[in-house]
Design a protein around this ligand. Structure first.
Ligand code: SAM
Length: 212
């Protein structure tokens, strides 16, 4: 399957740089909740769309992180973050729709601010479910479509096209929760909330845990 990162010599490095610039702010906004959600993670964690390694600081030193990250412009920063946080990093330059891990081979899969961008969301969720062991956890934090007829929704729709181009396929207004609900997990806990910040299109969010 081809991916949108094969021809991104300009946007790729810019987006990698932006993620690094935003890192302190993201930690300020998400730090507590990520610490709580990733607590008790097993020795091996699979992350879909690791970006520049923002989530490594929430993993225990010595964790084996399998980073499914198709954007090669993120890889150098991933390596640096792994060194900084003492993570055993294994980068797989693949999309989440085509993960090459064995069926039922992992216990803990993470995605943060990624399902907005994957091209085939249904397939990506099926891949996550496939690689999880029975009772394995999929932990997610995602920005989502705002309520119908809301001001936030209007802003998301207005800005969608340029945003989608700049951020390499990110949908401001994707209704992600129904996809997770219909992916066939045995249990699902989802919380809907607004994360107020100047980055208006990503204010409406969901976070939760899906159990295989
Ligand atoms: C907004 S960044 C988020 C990075 C990181 N998870 C974070 O929270 O900072 C989205 C990341 O998802 C990756 N991505 C986009 N489409 C993907 C796909 N189909 N499979 C796996 N990763 C993907 C991008 O390359 C990018 O690194």
């Amino acid at each position: 399957m081809t991916n949108q990162f094969e021809n991104n010599a300009i946007r790729g490095p810019i987006n990698s740089w932006l993620l690094k610039v935003m890192s302190t702010y993201m930690h300020y906004k998400f730090g507590d909740i990520k610490n709580a959600m990733f607590k008790d993670h097993p020795q091996t964690v699979v992350e879909i769309g690791s970006g520049t390694g923002e989530n490594m600081r929430y993993l225990r030193k010595g964790t084996h992180l399998i980073a499914i990250e198709p954007n090669v412009h993120m890889h150098e920063s991933l390596e640096k973050a792994a060194e900084k946080y003492g993570i055993h990093l294994e980068i797989r330059s693949l999309i989440g729709e085509a993960i090459d891990l064995d069926d039922e081979s992992c216990e803990f899969v993470v995605s943060t601010l990624v399902l907005c961008t994957v091209k085939d969301l249904e397939e990506c969720l099926q891949q996550i479910k496939r690689i999880l062991k029975p009772s394995g956890k999929f932990v997610f934090i995602e920005h989502v479509k705002a309520r119908e007829n809301s001001v936030l929704g209007m802003i998301q729709n207005l800005i969608h096209k340029p945003w989608h181009w700049c951020f390499e396929g990110c949908h401001t207004n994707r209704d992600i929760q129904p996809y997770i609900e219909s992916a066939g997990f045995s249990d699902l806990r989802v919380e809907t909330y607004n994360l107020y910040s100047p980055i208006v299109p990503i204010i409406p969010q969901i976070r939760g845990v899906a159990i295989k």
